[in-house]
Design a protein around this ligand. Structure first.
Ligand SMILES: CC(C)(COP(=O)(O)OP(=O)(O)OC[C@H]1O[C@@H](n2cnc3c(N)ncnc32)[C@H](O)[C@@H]1OP(=O)(O)O)[C@@H](O)C(=O)NCCC(=O)NCCS
Length: 193
């Protein structure tokens, strides 16, 4: 996969770009919020050092093209309100997992749909992926609804796939194919050089 450090996507209300050192306070505010982290696969953050570590890791790893994480920034206010990621990229099978989160103060305003739609366009367009998958807590109704609204299909349930704070947790697996996103005329063999 290409160098992801220069990826920048625009939507009517949002700019999606790699995290920067100055995002640390806002990022910590989001990932330390128990409401945001309720269905996440790790416990809420307890130190801003975790924000610095994520940002430093991204700055180090994005050029290798192994995962893509973008901060979701409100164009008007300039505020960081969430993140969206592609990870577990498999270039041979042209698939990746997708993850996302929006700060609770901004829920139900269409930001997930707007941000994730543009990353799906990028994944199936510029990156020529064929399949995206999402692994969510089966109780996370907001995330399930948000995926279904984008056309993802629920494909199955994996039992006790995670142990979070000592407690086993199931996964609901969702999948979306490029031809479903672009329509029936799309050819899965298509590649963009
Ligand atoms: C899941 C999440 C990203 C949704 O973000 P959002 O910006 O509020 O979502 P949107 O406003 O773009 O809505 C997208 C769709 O999901 C639906 N939706 C969002 N929140 C919902 C809720 N709490 N209950 C039911 N449906 C919900 C919306 O109605 C919309 O569907 P529609 O287009 O058919 O009306 C947000 O709740 C979140 O960040 N949660 C915490 C982090 C998380 O759990 N991330 C997923 C981990 S896999």
């Amino acid at each position: 996969m290409p160098d992801f450090s220069a990826v920048s996507l625009h939507t009517p209300r949002l700019r999606l770009r790699p995290l920067r050192p100055e995002d640390a306070p806002a990022l910590f505010g989001i990932y330390s919020d128990p409401a945001f982290m309720r269905y996440w696969s790790t416990p809420p953050w307890t130190s801003i050092d975790q924000a610095h570590a994520m940002i430093e890791r991204d700055q180090r790893e994005l050029p290798a093209g192994e995962h893509l994480r973008l901060g979701i920034v409100l164009k008007d206010a300039g505020a960081l309100i969430g993140t969206v990621s592609l990870f577990h990229l498999d270039a041979g099978c042209r698939r990746a997992e997708i993850g996302y989160g929006i700060a609770p103060a901004h829920w139900r305003q269409g930001y997930q749909r707007e941000a994730v739609s543009s990353v799906i366009d990028h994944a199936f367009g510029a990156l020529a992926l064929n399949r995206l998958e999402a692994d969510i807590d089966p109780d996370n109704r907001a995330s399930a609804r948000a995926l279904e609204a984008l056309g993802f299909q629920r494909e199955g349930r994996l039992r006790e796939r995670w142990i979070i704070d000592g407690r086993p947790s199931d996964s609901a697996i969702y999948g979306l194919l490029a031809r479903e996103w672009f329509g029936v005329n799309y050819s899965p063999e298509r590649r963009i050089e």
